[in-house]
Write a protein that binds this ligand. Structure first.
Ligand SMILES: [Zn+2]
Length: 99
């Protein structure tokens, strides 16, 4: 399969794109929060909630990246925040191809 020759896991690529959007939303939110224009107050909330929902979406997406063979989570590998890793093309436990 040709996609296995790509350098980066497609899941990793997707997460990088998702995180870039999240950062853009947070920046937009910050910019509007700092502006003193009262009419924009409603917009501030929209970007805040967009960023929150988008963040939850990314977490759910990352949670769903599992090995088809041994079902180990590839991003959340343990219960602590220190167990979060980028997904690789192969399972970190049993070396099975993830995608
Ligand atoms: Zn596995």
């Amino acid at each position: 399969m040709p996609h296995k020759n790509e350098f980066m896991s497609k899941y990793k690529k997707n997460i990088i794109v998702f995180l870039s959007v999240l950062i853009a939303l947070i920046i937009l939110n910050t910019l509007f929060e700092e502006s003193l224009v009262e009419d924009l107050f409603a917009l501030t909330n929209i970007f805040y909630w967009l960023a929150m929902s988008w963040g939850i979406f990314i977490a759910v997406y990352a949670l769903k990246i599992r090995c088809p063979k041994c079902h180990s989570g590839q991003v959340f590998r343990g219960i602590s925040a220190f167990d979060i890793r980028w997904p690789n093309k192969k399972c970190f436990k049993c070396n099975e191809y993830i995608e």
